[in-house]
Design a protein around this ligand. Structure first.
Ligand SMILES: NC(=O)c1ccc[n+]([C@@H]2O[C@H](COP(=O)([O-])OP(=O)(O)OC[C@H]3O[C@@H](n4cnc5c(N)ncnc54)[C@H](O)[C@@H]3O)[C@@H](O)[C@H]2O)c1
Ligand SMILES: O=C(O)C[C@H](O)C(=O)O
Ligand SMILES: [Mg+2]
Length: 475
């Protein structure tokens, strides 16, 4: 049985073949015999001792790739230098670069973009700082800042290892909303030091997108930066997630015919995303919301060292339910997971109320395998790109910052977030709405457009837009 390119993993086997030993045809035959589908062979180098080849092969999965490697290693005079998959290949050398808008072809160009011409521009900005918005990259540039302490669901893997996620966010900012974003991975953990450093970096940027900073530190860092900076500061894992979640839930409830005010919601993982999602749902009208973390349900009769949990317990769990996830999820209408992989059991889902909604949003592995949950849920969503109903903050951050930059909002406030959620939900029309289509694809070009316009409208309405409406090309 061979592998069709659609449902497979693309691997690149770099092999060294000694001259006069196993011929290439035998190597190819072994790969095909082991079920691999060869899609290309390149010669990388060749000399009197042998040849290095890259053999591109479609395989079923990692285990299949391993099997092919083992078969190749047994061949006489064949050595595997390395095996890479498509994802690793896409990351070679990083995913973004800086490009100039003007090319410098001669001395005349040089004297305008650099010294001496540039000095006049600097003086103009020194005299009138707001000119930085028209004469530098500030007006369209966002810093994507992390300390690497809560990277996806991988935890505290540090600033260096966080780079691929931050580069990815920068790519998405550019592709979806033409926002120039730059990844900044800080090697520090102390909130005071982080606030000081981010403030010191701020002059070059029109906004700060905080990313993958662990709770509860992220709350203090964001609150202080919002107070102390005059550009929008937005913690994506809190607010981007909450916006995308509310959009998904608004549409999912249309399918189940239930009301926000009547549903029982269990939020698992009371960290950055969990607290923000819960607060957004409360302001959208949910009354019975229970937060669960590693030690079970949070409730007002317990004592927590974390002040954000104390506050959370006061405003949630009105019936003071106690116990672990399996206990409190009974009769819940909605499960929201922003916690860890595979912690929701099929029996938990089966104990939920009729027509359960399960949003298992932990990345990269959701709280429950979608295939296991599917038979028992009415609406299922994950944070991943490779299934139906992707509820991910990428639906929010490009458009919300596009809007905030275009009207030069001094902040991103509650009204702007709510407007963004409603805008995302509205992209799916009533005719289109179904169990497998509650939330638009991020590739739907309406998403960024609608979010931008709704955010700008809310910014003017709430008095935080600093540009005239005409200049913001809006309204
Ligand atoms: N889909 C999305 O758009 C999206 C957005 C943000 C975060 N996330 C995902 O949500 C998860 C949390 O992200 P965060 O930024 O809030 O991180 P965080 O570190 O701030 O919070 C994680 C919380 O989950 C809790 N937790 C861990 N394991 C648990 C378990 N077994 N049971 C109950 N609680 C558990 C932790 O104690 C912590 O309170 C990650 O997997 C992340 O990838 C998804
Ligand atoms: O990065 C993502 O895909 C979403 C989110 O920011 C996360 O931390 O999981
Ligand atoms: Mg994140």
């Amino acid at each position: 049985m061979s592998v069709s390119s659609g449902a497979s993993t693309y691997m690149l086997f770099r092999i060294q073949k000694e001259k006069g030993r196993t011929p290439l045809s035998d190597i190819a035959a072994i790969i095909e015999k082991t079920g691999g589908d060869i899609v290309g062979i390149d010669v990388i180098s060749s000399d009197h001792t042998g040849t290095i080849h890259d053999i591109a092969v479609n395989v079923f999965d990692q285990a299949h790739s391993q099997l092919i490697s083992e078969s190749l290693q047994k061949l006489d005079g064949v050595k595997i230098i390395h095996v890479s998959d498509r994802t690793f290949l896409a990351h070679l050398g990083g995913k973004i670069e800086i490009a100039s808008k003007i090319s410098v072809k001669n001395r005349d160009d040089l004297s305008r973009v650099y010294t001496p011409g540039v000095a006049g521009i600097c003086t103009a900005i020194a005299e009138q700082p707001s000119k930085a918005y028209s004469l530098t990259i500030k007006r369209n540039t966002i810093a994507v800042v992390t300390d690497g302490t809560a990277v996806l669901g991988l935890g505290d893997i540090g600033p260096l290892a966080a780079m691929p996620v931050m580069e990815g966010k920068a790519m998405l900012f550019k592709q979806f909303a033409d926002v120039d974003a730059f990844p900044i991975c800080l090697d520090m953990k102390d909130p005071d030091e982080m606030v000081r450093t981010i403030k010191a970096l701020a002059p070059a940027f029109g906004g700060i997108n905080l990313e993958d900073i662990s709770a509860p530190r992220c709350f203090e860092i964001e609150e202080r930066l919002k107070r102390e900076l005059d550009i929008p500061v937005f913690h994506d894992d809190q607010h981007g997630t909450a916006v995308a979640l509310l959009a998904g839930l608004l549409n999912a409830l249309k399918i189940t015919g239930k009301q926000m005010s009547e549903i029982k919601v269990v939020v698992n993982g009371i960290g950055a995303a969990g607290i923000a999602c819960s607060k957004m749902l409360l302001s959208a009208g949910v009354k019975n919301l229970i937060g669960v973390d590693r030690n079970g349900a949070l409730h007002r009769n317990a004592h927590y060292d974390n002040p954000y949990w104390t506050e959370f317990a006061q405003i949630t769990n009105p019936n003071v339910e106690t116990g672990n996830l399996s206990e409190v999820i009974k009769n819940a209408d909605v499960f929201i997971g922003v916690s860890a992989p595979n912690i929701l059991k099929v029996d938990d889902v089966r104990s939920m109320a009729k027509d359960p909604i399960v949003f298992a949003m932990a990345n990269p592995i959701p709280e429950i395998d979608p295939e296991l949950a599917k038979p028992y849920v009415k609406v299922l969503a994950t944070g991943r790109s490779d299934g139906h109903n992707q509820i991910n903050n990428v639906l929010c951050f490009p458009g919300i910052f596009r809007g905030a930059l275009d009207c030069r909002a001094s902040e991103i406030n509650e009204a702007m977030k709510l407007a963004a959620a409603q805008a995302i939900a509205s992209v799916v029309t009533d005719d289109e709405l179904s169990e497998t289509y509650i939330i638009p694809s991020v590739f739907n070009q309406e998403v960024v457009k609608k979010v931008r316009d709704a955010v700008i409208e809310a910014a003017y309405r709430t008095g935080v837009a600093q540009k005239s409406m005409r200049d913001a090309s809006y309204g």
